[in-house]
Design a protein around this ligand. Structure first.
Ligand code: COA
Length: 235
């Protein structure tokens, strides 16, 4: 399982990788916790063009992070809702059996992921590895229900914030409480580990996930996130 390139660009840190394994599309994610300088972004874009990429997509960026990219000609590709749970009242766990995700589960996990998500959002092994490494500590849980991997979640914690990085349930096993159980597990783990809140984002048209998150106590933030893109074939 590979990981994306982490590149130090002057004082800034970036993760660069092919988008879902597509050698024509680069994925760019600020990784240093500070907004990218315009000059650094220009240099990165030039480098990606020279490497033969045809376009660049960003990770989901906050409004502050978006500024430099928009000024450099990036356009909004998709808007996302950002939701927060303050961990004051965490629902109790249901009876769905959850267990630690193992290396031997990765193939089945990716199968579930690919069935649950649209082509654009599907994870490959690199995407899954990145989600698991995005925070200093993380948790990878799978739900067993009729099959060894009926659904899975990746969550993580950095300082006092938990992040629900990924959640998917096999389409033929949805509506049975598996997704809710995985979310509740992530909330409880985050709280045990000292998090004060948990963040999650989801596509603005994903009403099923939105209803689920809000039912479990997440509240939508006023400002969402966006995935931006730049076509590198235009001069
Ligand atoms: C979003 C997703 C994870 C939800 O998983 P799920 O297992 O269907 O979730 P749950 O069963 O816990 O809850 C979904 C519904 O089932 C209902 N439900 C919960 N427990 C139930 C049970 N024991 N029996 C029957 N229905 C139940 C819930 O009331 C809920 O109803 P809703 O239609 O009002 O939302 C799943 O639809 C999915 O994988 N979607 C594609 C990927 C995705 O969007 N991931 C999240 C992106 S951030």
């Amino acid at each position: 399982m590979g990981k994306s390139n982490v590149v130090d660009w002057g004082p800034e840190r970036l993760r660069m990788s092919p988008w879902r394994g597509d050698p024509n599309i680069a994925c760019l994610a600020p990784a240093g916790g500070r907004p990218l300088q315009a000059s650094s972004l220009d240099a990165v874009v030039t480098e990606l063009r020279e490497r033969g990429y045809r376009s660049v997509l960003t990770a989901a960026l906050t409004v502050n992070e978006q500024d430099t990219f928009l000024a450099a000609g990036f356009r909004v590709h998709e808007e996302l809702h950002l939701l927060r749970h303050d961990l004051d009242a965490v629902p109790t766990l249901s009876s769905v059996r959850l267990r630690r995700g193992r290396r031997s589960d990765v193939r089945a996990v990716l199968d579930v992921d690919n069935l649950a998500f649209d082509r654009f959002w599907r994870f490959d092994s690199l995407g899954l590895a990145d989600a698991r490494c995005a925070t200093p500590t993380s948790r990878f849980r799978v739900a067993e229900h009729q099959v060894p991997v009926a659904g899975y979640a990746v969550c993580g914690r950095a300082a006092t914030t938990g992040y629900l990085q990924r959640l998917a349930v096999h389409p033929s096993l949805q509506g049975r409480g598996i997704g809710s159980s995985l979310v509740v597990d992530a909330l409880r783990w985050s709280r045990r580990r000292g998090a004060r809140s948990v963040m999650v984002n989801t596509q603005s048209d994903n009403s099923r996930a939105l209803v689920l998150y809000e039912r479990l106590g997440f509240v939508r933030e006023l400002q969402g996130l966006a995935v931006l893109e730049l076509n590198l074939q235009w001069p």
